[in-house]
Design a protein around this ligand. Sequence first.
Ligand code: SF4
Ligand code: SF4
Length: 413
Amino acid sequence: MTKGVKISKICEKPAKGELKKYLEPKKIYIPLIIHWDDNITVLVKKGDYVFKGDMVAKSRGDFRTPIHASVSGTVLDYEEKYYLCGKKVKCIVIENDFKEKVREEKISKISDFTKEEFINRIKENGLIGLSGSGFPTYIKYDNDLKKIIVDATESNPCTSADFKLMETHIEEILEIIDAVVDIWNMKEGIIAIKKGNNELKTIINSYIGTYVKLRLVEVPNYYISGWEKYLVKKICKVNCKTFPTANGIVVSNIATMFAIYEAIKFNKPLIERVVTFAGPMLNNPANVLVKVGTSTSDIIEFLGGYKEGEKLFVSNGPMMGHSIESDELVISSDLTSVLVMQSQEKRISKTCVRCGECILVCPANISPVLIHETKDNKDYHPEKCIDCGLCSYVCPASINLRSSVRKAKEAIR
Ligand code: SF4
Ligand code: SF4
């Protein structure tokens, strides 16, 4: 396994400053897709009135993940918007009546939950991995778990939404980690941060003392520090052949833990999240609490707009993300960040110089250069790619290896 790479600074993280809130969009656009799965059944029709938190659609695949309305109001129609993968997807448009009507307010005592109740609650509330993975959370927790590792390394450059959540909701996050440790009868729960992140260390250390089964662990500050298998290897010295849950270890990131807290405590579906808006072309970069389905253009206007010049939008960070043509990108639950960069000349790919760097850095132990160069590349296992972007980042010939591997992976899918 690669030890990771130091990434040079790409843009400032908006870590300082308050957590902003933009929770009153006039319309929301609920994307009919969950990560890659667009096999969705719509449960509402034009003219229907929906409450905030109502299930408006559900995936038909194995996971049956529900999709909820993030406002109360009237279903208007369908419209296409950009989704984080750079493609346009069909969205349900709901006109916000600004009443925030919900079916039933329910506050629960977290410590009363059994394992089964916990899993059902996060399933019903449509929780998926909020670090960008989009994997249904209940699947991970429906296992015989011995340990939880909470990823607070926020490895994606330019993103600081998790830091902001820790700064503003540390008590809730520690409470839910401790509850998981108790409910699964684990020996301990671990919070992993990057070595040198003293600000975060101070925040955690100010509260963790009252939780005897929780401890803080610092991991080397390399990309891709938040990769599940990397964390498990570094912290537990276990080499995971498949998912860490097969070894009794569950890894969740900070945003997911906070969403679990809200689902368990308040029965709140996944309808809001914190997203980082950063990049040199924004007047006021910030971390913003937003509703799923909000249009990025509305949020950027709220933040004070753009600087003059050609812009390039990047969803989910410069390493793993996608370029988007316009700010008609819709907030989805698996969107961690929106970067607004200066539009640059397309980088020109040169000829491979056979340096082997892309193979050396690949954490999935595959050969990006061979996948890029070979038409029938299934035998080189592109499906193992974790989409980290390191191969493209290190390539001295500027070859977009990640894109080739991604295409090969999609062809298999
Ligand atoms: S092939 Fe995939 S996993 Fe390997 S370095 Fe490239 S993007 Fe990362
Ligand atoms: S890093 Fe780029 S130049 Fe080096 S072997 Fe891979 S594709 Fe070729």
